[in-house]
Design a protein around this ligand. Structure first.
Ligand code: NAP
Length: 293
């Protein structure tokens, strides 16, 4: 059953490129919003619009009945949920906790089990759609957990996204996101290789994009990142270091399943190479650098 809106106090932890926009939509939708971020200044915009600041993730959990997290790495997720005085230690029974970070499926299962012992509802709900999808509330949200909890939270997911699907039990959202990242890795390789060829062959790469960006090779990634690869605009929408984190998780899961993913391995190798050369904090379109472009 859906939560009653005026009894819902939303906590949001992690106000980076994605979280700032996702949290802001709750203010637009008229929800009470309680926030925390490691670097407080990133909350300034939301505080100016009426959000309430708390000094720790545990404090957010103690003052809300829905806690959403969008931090960086699995280690961050583990610390804020399972650490001393963290979210599960401070949340009241009946609270919903939703991790939207791209993280490990096994960690999502651990959080789910620890939450259940305390009568807390847990969902893993990573997203796709990039910073544009976050800004425009058009994210694809991939959810793992119990159906009743998914149904209860669906109206809140609809504040941030458009394509919202329950994929299975705890961890299924994170596994689905790994499928997404495997497809993204292959797509980014293809875009960088096709555009390197365009530039080296003496063609006008912008004109090439106009042709191939609507044909059988068209994709969201080609059309979003292709122009940036050509002009050398490497400002981050999605950090190289976060993508390496995702590919590392996917490769580890694939190994556990006994499957070989050669394209993903190649992509990870090239991203490691550009990260080592200084592109860690750049956007994933910086992959073009691996081709000497
Ligand atoms: P980001 O800009 O680095 O945002 C992460 C935020 O979490 C930062 O503001 C960080 O604080 C905060 N944080 C980290 N650990 C914390 C902790 N222990 N306590 C409180 N705050 C903490 O990254 P992002 O691009 O928004 O991505 C967030 C997650 O979504 C990542 O897992 C990423 O892989 C995934 N994702 C990103 C995209 C995208 O296009 N950007 C798309 C889909 C999924 P500081 O401000 O101090 O660094």
């Amino acid at each position: 059953m859906a939560l009653i809106k005026n009894e819902t106090r939303v906590g949001f932890i992690g106000l980076g490129i994605m979280g700032q926009h996702m949290a802001g939509h709750f203010l637009d939708a008229g929800y009470g919003l309680h926030v925390h971020n490691r670097t407080k200044s990133k909350a300034d915009g939301l505080l100016g619009r009426g959000a309430t600041w708390h000094d720790s993730p545990g404090e957010v959990a103690a003052n809300t009945n829905v806690v959403i997290t969008m931090v960086g790495y699995p280690a961050d997720v583990e610390g804020i949920y399972l650490g001393d005085g963290g979210i599960l230690a401070r949340a009241k029974a009946g609270t919903y906790v939703i991790d939207m970070t791209t993280s490990e499926p096994s960690l999502a299962v651990r959080i789910f089990k620890a939450a259940r012992k305390k009568g807390i509802h847990s969902l893993d709900a990573p997203v796709s759609g990039g910073d544009i999808g976050a800004r425009e509330a058009r994210l694809s949200i991939m959810v793992g957990g119990d159906k009743e909890d998914f149904d209860a939270i669906l109206p809140l997911f609809e504040v941030m996204g458009e394509n919202i699907r329950l994929q299975g039990g705890a961890g299924a959202g994170q596994h689905t996101k790994m499928c997404n990242q495997i497809v993204v890795a292959g797509n980014m390789l293809a875009a960088a290789e096709g555009l390197t060829y365009a530039m080296r062959s003496g063609l006008d790469p912008q004109a090439v994009l106009k042709s191939i960006g609507t044909g059988a090779a068209a994709s969201f990634l080609l059309n979003t990142f292709g122009p940036k690869m050509i002009t050398g605009d490497f400002a981050p929408g999605f950090f190289v270091h976060h993508f390496i984190k995702d590919m590392t998780i996917a490769l580890k899961e694939a190994e556990t399943m006994g499957i070989d993913l050669p394209a993903l391995k190649t992509a990870k190798g090239l991203y490691d190479q550009i990260a080592d050369a200084g592109a860690r904090e750049e956007g994933t379109q910086a992959l073009i650098k691996a081709y000497g472009t």
